[in-house]
Design a protein around this ligand. Structure first.
Ligand code: IPE
Ligand code: IPE
Ligand code: MG
Length: 254
């Protein structure tokens, strides 16, 4: 990071009232509300998904600017297969097209792509494009962008249990740390902050294990309207929370 970049970062953080020493390392987002955004405009739901791409760009940019190290985006759940097949295939096509367009730019910016979820059920061209983008690795990683695709937390945990059994681990060899190595997020710190857009207050089968102690920020903003300023506001909210981890409030500690 150059000196000018660092100055820009400090200016941005101070204008947003953020404490640079308490930027979450890992932020996870449930990007929701594309369909309603389109319907509010009398358009087809797919129009909302198309416009949601600009929000992804904006959030990746903001994460890079302020130094968030890991960003996980919930892009497609195992339950989303139940949508009309035209919508599902439009989402898959959009994923391929966007990754194809953005691969070089992501690489240039130091963004490394990683996925969680069962990719084997995605169309072949999606799997190919994901491999191509993941292979085009950047040398100096500034941000790990984790896309949750055909993801569900219950599936991920079940797969982890299967892995433990497959490896024939003894009961006394399995503890929390060991079990976590069987999750797809192995090696990633747990998200400290989870943001969900569109006013829905639920986690829809997302990172049930990893969000055990995350702070949740719910905003009524629909995903296609979500921009860097909303992302900074969520971090501001996070910085005003007291994280107790089962302890007692700070001021009562004598
Ligand atoms: C989120 O927006 C995108 C995906 C789940 C893929 P939705 O498509 O769920 O939008 P709403 O919730 O119906 O408005
Ligand atoms: C959650 O959103 C999944 C993604 C954002 C990919 P949904 O819109 O599918 O969730 P529900 O149906 O409202 O719980
Ligand atoms: Mg939704």
């Amino acid at each position: 990071m150059t000196e000018t970049d660092m100055e820009k970062r400090s200016a941005l953080l101070s204008s947003a009232g953020l404490d640079p020493s308490r930027i979450p390392k890992h932020i996870a987002i449930i990007m929701d509300g594309n369909g309603r955004w389109a319907q509010n405009r009398g358009e087809d739901r797919v129009f909302g998904h198309l416009n949601g791409v600009e929000s992804v760009r904006a959030v990746v940019e903001a994460a890079l600017q302020i130094g968030v190290r890991y960003l996980t985006l919930y892009a497609f759940s195992t339950e989303n297969w139940s949508r009309p097949k035209e919508e599902v295939s439009a989402l898959m096509d959009l994923l391929v097209k966007t990754l194809n367009q953005e691969t070089d730019d992501l690489k240039g910016k130091g963004v490394r792509l990683r996925t969680i979820g069962d990719l084997s059920a995605l169309p072949d061209n999606c799997q190919q494009q994901l491999k191509t983008t993941e292979k085009s690795k950047t040398e100096n990683v500034s941000l790990d962008l984790i896309l949750a695709l055909n993801y569900s937390a219950k599936w991920e945990i079940t797969e982890a249990v299967k892995g433990v059994l497959r490896d024939g681990l003894d009961e006394d060899e399995v503890d929390i740390e060991k079990f976590e190595t069987y999750l797809q997020t192995n090696g990633l710190p747990d998200p400290e902050l989870m943001i969900r857009t569109s006013g829905e207050h639920r986690i829809s089968n997302f990172m049930l294990w990893q969000l055990a102690y995350a702070e949740f920020h719910f905003t009524p903003v629909l995903w296609p309207d979500f921009r860097g300023e909303h992302f900074l506001a969520a971090i501001h909210d996070f910085q005003n929370r007291e994280r107790r981890f089962g302890g007692v409030p700070q001021q009562t500690v004598k």
